[in-house]
Design a protein around this ligand. Structure first.
Ligand SMILES: NC(=O)c1ccc[n+]([C@@H]2O[C@H](COP(=O)([O-])OP(=O)(O)OC[C@H]3O[C@@H](n4cnc5c(N)ncnc54)[C@H](O)[C@@H]3O)[C@@H](O)[C@H]2O)c1
Length: 259
């Protein structure tokens, strides 16, 4: 029988490429996004996250085989915290009971190589504490200066990695037979990065910050195949991992002592 997947961020970029790949392989996919999706939900708000869970339940009868959480923003603004961290965690936690009822259930989220760039420890802790008002307050302050606003995005992804590491081996996930992993892309050619990749100044910045000696900038389809693998029954052993799909930027920037 066809597997049933939920993919957030399905209207664009990596999420869109993942939906296309899974549909091409005969899966049933429920796409979630703010627009142009099977389930239209705003993951920046608690009401939107609750609506997502209810709508997915209605469409699937409460049984799911995999969740792939791609929705995200790269704005140096507080809303990025709400979507990237709180929206992603709420998606995975909210849909977990439906996954537990599925066959060979799997979950994956999209982190970033930005997670090993400088972060703000207070923002990361506020996320991990589940304290969204405090996290938004910290992010608002970071967003006021050009020097610190870049920490907002990297902090959301570092917090996701730590949430993943805390969560993957617990009874609800590994104990329930649900591998939970992340993919950490380098620069992927999607609308999110167009502002940088379309100008010589932007490309010069990216080439230094995110060197990708293997590939240069990636296509979203190259990330989708890894997400699809992590969310497939073939992945029966990998859990709690952030798999960097970054054309080599991790190894260039962090060297041989990080793995
Ligand atoms: N493009 C890159 O270089 C890159 C690198 C590393 C990680 N990522 C991550 O990959 C994921 C996908 O990014 P992308 O590059 O495909 O970007 P994208 O902008 O093409 O797609 C992101 C999707 O998320 C949706 N989204 C944003 N806010 C939402 C909300 N409040 N509720 C519901 N949906 C919302 C958007 O509508 C959009 O369809 C993100 O989590 C991003 O942080 C991207």
């Amino acid at each position: 029988m066809a597997r049933t997947y939920v993919v957030t961020g399905s209207a664009s970029g990596i999420g869109r490429a993942t939906v296309d790949l899974l549909l091409g392989r005969g899966a049933r996919v429920v796409g979630v996004d703010r627009h142009d999706a099977d389930v239209v939900a705003d993951l920046s708000t608690p009401a939107g996250r609750t609506a997502l869970v209810g709508a997915v339940h209605d469409r699937t009868g409460g049984t799911l085989d995999a969740v792939i959480a791609c929705a995200g923003l790269a704005l140096p603004e507080p809303v990025t915290v709400s979507v990237n961290y709180f929206g992603t965690v709420a998606t995975l936690v909210g849909l977990r009971p439906m996954l537990a009822a599925g066959v060979d259930p799997r979950a994956a989220l999209v982190s970033s190589m930005a997670s090993f760039m400088p972060t703000d420890a207070i923002l990361v802790d506020a996320c991990l504490d589940g304290d969204e008002p405090h996290a938004l307050d910290v992010a608002s302050k970071l967003a006021t200066s050009e020097e610190s606003s870049g920490l907002v995005y990297s902090s959301t992804k570092a917090a996701l990695n730590r949430w993943l590491r805390r969560t993957a081996a617990t009874p609800d996930w590994a104990g329930a037979g649900i591998p939970l992993n992340a993919v950490g892309p380098g620069v992927v050619l999607t609308p999110m990065t167009q502002g940088w990749t379309s100008t010589p100044e932007g490309r010069a910045y990216l080439d230094e910050a995110v060197p990708m000696p293997l590939t240069g900038y990636a296509r979203p389809e190259q990330v989708a195949v890894l997400l699809a693998y992590l969310a497939s029954p073939e992945n029966s052993l990998v859990t709690g991992q952030v798999v960097f799909a970054d054309g080599g930027s991790d190894v260039v920037l962090r060297g041989e002592h990080a793995w």
